[in-house]
Design a protein. Structure first.
Length: 660
């Protein structure tokens, strides 16, 4: 018999694929989906974009910090602000950029540092570890959305051009901005990029004008530089203790200038790539991602140094204090002061728009990383991979947080910094472990130092703003609870993307059907795996179950591997022990795999399989718990329930027989 004579094909599609949406609204909502993790993952249903366009989308978050970071630096470090900013720039170019270039290389599907750390712990501990990391990711990016929109509202209210009646309506304004942001992403990723490009371009041009005018003033205004140098020596003296230590102390307050790298990596699947093979496209996409990260880091570094210098030298220190005209808006202050109210108003409008749309970068990050994990773990509904439904979910959560915090920027700042720093620490740990395993001693030392620096910043931030870790804890707890509830509710799904049979397994099935036109399978949990075991099992089942006396039988065995995972492709192998023929596979859950194989055999051969089981000993609740946690329990009733859920017609369901 040749391979073309087999009744069973080498690969059978999922026996019960999800039915297509029945109405136009559902079809529109589910039209775009995020691809799962893995080297065989297909491209997202999104048109790829040039790297510089994707950089614009990440840049609305990264570059928008120029609206407030120079003022934060001046408030935290005083006359030392340029030096403290230089430390941030050095950390960006010498630490964060190499770190995330490596993260991009080792997570080419945009999973980020979470994917690199996922396999440090086995089984359920690994999944819980990922959920905690995703909790910090969600904290950082959702608070980015709400805080940026709230900050945009503040800029609107503080500008004299906007009407007075908007005062006192910060929450309403912020909610409206969030709804518009969500609406852009409901239209599509390309539309979000189209909005981001002009916002970033105009904002950077306006900032460049302010920098040039400010630099001219610094070097032409009599006494400006002398007054700054005098303030340095008066406030801090000279030497390491007087200059470097205060800058290091102020460093944690400036880490907001490092945001944007993780988002850039998460958008890798959306970056266009050249090449005719998957390998060529993957290499091209990696090059373009590294170009994106490097270009963004260099642009931001130049602006950070320039803006911190001119704002510190040209703006009186009292204006940076709470209630001062430059508090939280140093560059806007210079725009009005040096270039007139008309230019200042244009800058304010540009700041409002880019701060509002800064949440787009975070929204894109959320869309492209969390759905790659939770649905694959069975810890979110399958529609959780669809872009539009999760945009609605994230928008609703953002509105709820805005209302809960009264659109207060300061109240959310702690959680924002905590989330960003936790992500950075996890990334630094991941690349440190990666470098150590690769035997790269110099890079291991470098990344270890980076980890300690970021850990210091995280601890300092938590001590200063403990509410941030509390809010992060709420996000983590929420993700864990929702994930576990979803996992329980999805237990009776088939959990098989496809079933692949090797040549021997296909021959076994074909020969068995040719023998008597039927397909009888005995479920077995392998112990010794010798001929005596199968001889005894067959004799036992023929005695307690209605196996036809002369019927040919096959054995069906599922070895449970990592029950914390959820789904995948089943690889079924044919194994012969003496005269006994066995179909073997590995799966996270035995009942689900057996149900999927039985349905696949029915679909491929047209023969309704009959499966024979023995009753399991023990408490039913104990079996249920073992099934949920360990992937096996009292298998027969669970197999029947999974088949019943997948096949509505009782006459077409594979037969399940239990005796003993």
């Amino acid at each position: 018999m040749t391979s073309t004579d087999y009744l069973l094909p080498a690969k059978v599609a999922s026996p019960a694929p999800p039915s297509p949406p029945g109405n136009p609204v559902s079809r529109w909502l589910l039209a775009r989906r995020v691809a799962p993790i893995g080297p065989e993952a297909q491209e997202d249903h999104t048109e790829p974009q040039a790297w510089w366009k994707v950089m614009s989308l990440t840049g609305v978050d990264y570059f928008s910090t120029l609206s407030y970071l120079p003022a934060i630096a001046a408030l935290a470090a005083g006359a030392l602000s340029p030096l403290a900013t230089l430390l941030i720039v050095a950390l960006t170019l010498l630490g964060m950029l190499p770190m995330y270039r490596r993260v991009a290389r080792e997570s080419p599907h945009g999973q980020g540092s979470v994917a690199m750390l996922e396999h440090l712990l086995p089984f359920w501990r690994g999944k819980l570890f990922v959920l905690v990391l995703l909790g910090f990711v969600a904290t950082s990016w959702i608070i980015t959305i709400t805080l940026s929109a709230a900050d945009a509202s503040v800029h609107m209210i503080e500008n004299p051009v906007f009407p007075d009646f908007i005062h006192g309506h910060e929450v309403l304004i912020t909610v409206v901005l969030l709804l518009i942001l969500g609406g852009v992403f409901l239209l599509g990723f390309s539309e979000a990029v189209a909005v981001a490009i002009p916002l970033v371009a105009v904002f950077l041009v306006l900032n460049a004008i302010i920098v040039v005018v400010g630099a001219v003033d610094v070097f032409t205004t009599a006494g400006a530089l002398a007054d700054w140098r005098h303030a340095l020596t008066t406030e801090h003296g000279s030497g390491f203790g007087g200059l470097i230590l205060p800058a290091l102390i102020a460093f944690p307050s400036l880490v907001l200038g490092l945001s944007g790298f993780e988002t850039g990596v998460s958008m890798m699947p959306l970056i266009a790539a050249d090449g005719t093979t998957d390998e060529e496209r993957r290499a091209s996409r990696l090059r373009n991602t590294k170009l994106l990260l490097t270009t963004a880091a260099v642009i931001m570094s130049v602006y950070l140094v320039a803006t911190s210098f001119i704002t510190t030298v040209l703006i009186p220190a009292k204006e940076f204090q709470p209630g001062g005209a430059a508090n939280g808006r140093a560059l806007a202050f210079l725009a009005h002061e040096k270039l007139g109210n008309m230019f200042g108003t244009v800058y304010d409008v540009s700041s409002v728009l880019i701060l509002w749309f800064a949440g787009a970068s975070a929204m894109a990050g959320l869309i492209n990383i969390i759905p790659r994990y939770l649905p694959s773990y069975g810890m979110a509904p399958d529609w959780g991979r669809a872009v539009r439904p999760i945009v609605l979910v994230y928008t609703a959560i953002s509105i709820g947080i805005t209302i809960a915090f009264g659109a207060d920027v300061n109240a959310q700042a702690g959680a924002y910094a905590t989330g960003i720093l936790a992500m950075m620490v996890s990334g630094a740990v991941a690349v440190t472990i990666s470098a150590a395993r690769a035997g790269e001693r110099l890079k291991t030392v470098m990344f270890t130092v980076l980890t300690l620096i970021l850990l210091y910043a995280l601890v300092a931030n938590v001590i200063e703003k403990p509410d941030g870790i509390t809010i992060s804890g709420v996000f983590i707890a929420g993700i864990i609870v929702v994930s576990l509830v979803s996992r329980v509710t999805r237990t009776t799904e088939l959990r098989a993307d496809a079933i692949e049979f090797d040549e021997r397994a296909r021959r076994f099935v074909t020969d068995s059907i040719d023998y008597d036109g039927e397909l009888n399978l005995i479920a077995n949990r392998r112990e010794a795996g010798d001929e005596a075991e199968y001889t005894y099992k067959e004799s036992e089942q023929r005695g307690v179950n209605p196996v036809p006396g002369r019927a040919d039988v096959l054995f069906l065995e599922v070895a449970v591997v990592d029950p914390s995972t959820f789904s995948g492709t089943l690889q079924v192998r044919g194994v012969q022990i003496g005269n006994h023929r066995i179909l073997r596979t590995e799966s996270p859950a035995a009942p689900n795999a057996m149900a999927a194989i039985l349905l696949a055999l029915r679909n491929a051969t047209g023969v309704r399989p009959q499966a024979y089981f023995a009753w399991a000993e023990g408490n039913p609740l104990g079996h249920l718990f073992r099934y949920l946690i360990l992937g096996r329990g009292d298998t027969a009733p669970v197999v029947r329930e999974i088949i019943r859920s997948a096949e509505p017609d009782p006459a077409r369901r594979p037969g399940i027989h239990v005796g003993g």
